[in-house]
Ligand binder design. Structure first.
Ligand code: SF4
Length: 345
């Protein structure tokens, strides 16, 4: 029988766990409180040793451990390699913005979506992370930095909607008032375009921002960059996004990674603006991302001037676009690179 994954539990489930282990309800509350702070079992000092022993023997506390840490000298961005209890490693990034601290979390060890420009998919997907393992990344970072995290982007390693149940459980846990209490409106869920997942998510009553990794505005090009597009082509994806907006009232944002010579021409900018204007018929926003070079993929980013020209063209064509500030450019900032390096070593 598999052991109870306690970091994925709600407060009520922790209370019930304590009762089932012959302890008082409030012991479950204490356990829950410590876990939300990313504290290892051996340091939960107000829990009786006998209770800790029972947890040790009968439960699975999957708190990630910091395996490696890179701090950007330029902007203080911190990139973590987090080791899960079975040895699988993922990446999490702590970013400081004027409006507060945001963490980018991973939701799978590896990814099976095969986007050609992405280091996270180069070795496929090892496994899904549990809700607790996703939450644990934030708890450990808050503990390490001593700073509160106010926003989350699910844009690290993995595809959140390919790990749907754990993603939704994570969203409920992390936004819970008795837990980390991070507002759903400050959380972005990024997807490469898994339409059934988008539709399901729109029914959950979770007002998160949906963020679509678009990266190309026609099917031929998008399918060559992102194999998922063969199954879920752009027109159907646009329809799902429109439905998401209509059901949730939440704006959809589109991520567009600028890749030199691939998708950054004047014609590309005009085609992108036309696609979103026609497809969304509601508010949407384009985040332009400068590709972080990954040697294995052979792709590179345009220069800053080229990116600015692309942004201007979008605006001239009626779109709202920003170039994402490139945080941590002096560390291995592209998603999946640190995990890959670690695997190679
Ligand atoms: S971009 Fe996202 S969905 Fe695509 S391979 Fe990378 S992690 Fe997976």
């Amino acid at each position: 029988m598999s052991k109870a994954d306690i970091l994925s539990m709600t407060l009520d489930e922790c209370r019930a766990l304590a009762l089932s282990l012959g302890e008082k309800r409030f012991r479950g509350e204490q356990l829950y409180g410590w876990m939300q702070k990313g504290v290892p079992l051996s340091e939960m000092k107000n829990l009786p040793a006998s209770f800790r022993e029972k947890i040790e023997n009968e439960c699975d506390y999957r708190l990630p451990e910091i395996a490696r840490k890179q701090v950007s000298k330029k902007d203080g961005t911190v990139k973590y390699l987090m080791r899960m209890t079975d040895g699988e490693c993922v990446e999490s990034v702590f970013m400081r913005y004027e409006h507060g601290n945001t963490v980018c979390v991973s939701c799978q060890a590896g990814c099976r979506m095969g986007c050609r420009f992405c280091a996270s998919t180069l070795r496929g997907r090892a496994r899904d992370l549990t809700a607790g393992e996703i939450l644990g990344q934030i708890a450990v970072i808050q503990r390490d930095t001593g700073e509160r995290v106010g926003g989350i982007v699910m844009m690290g390693i993995g595809e959140p909607l390919d790990n749907y149940d754990n993603t939704v459980r994570f969203l409920r846990l992390v936004s819970s008032g008795d837990g980390l209490n991070i507002g759903l409106r400050h959380i972005s869920v990024s997807t490469c375009g898994l339409i059934p997942g988008i539709k399901k998510l729109s029914e959950e009553g979770l007002p998160v921002t949906l963020s679509i990794s678009l990266h190309a505005s026609d099917d031929t090009r998008r399918s060559s960059l992102m194999p998922v597009n063969n199954k879920y082509p752009i027109a159907e994806l646009m329809e799902a996004c429109r439905e998401y907006f209509e059901k949730t009232g939440r704006r959809v944002s589109f991520e567009y990674t600028l890749i030199s010579g691939e998708n950054d021409s004047e014609a590309d900018a005009k085609a992108l603006a036309a696609l979103l204007k026609k497809g969304m018929r509601g508010p949407s926003h384009i985040n332009l991302i400068m590709l972080n070079k990954v040697d294995e993929t052979g792709f590179d980013a345009p220069d800053r001037k080229g990116a600015e020209r692309f942004r201007r063209l979008l605006e001239e064509n009626g779109m709202n676009a920003t170039i994402r500030r490139r945080l941590g450019s002096d560390i291995d900032a592209s998603c999946g690179q640190l995990r890959l390096k670690n695997m190679e070593e």
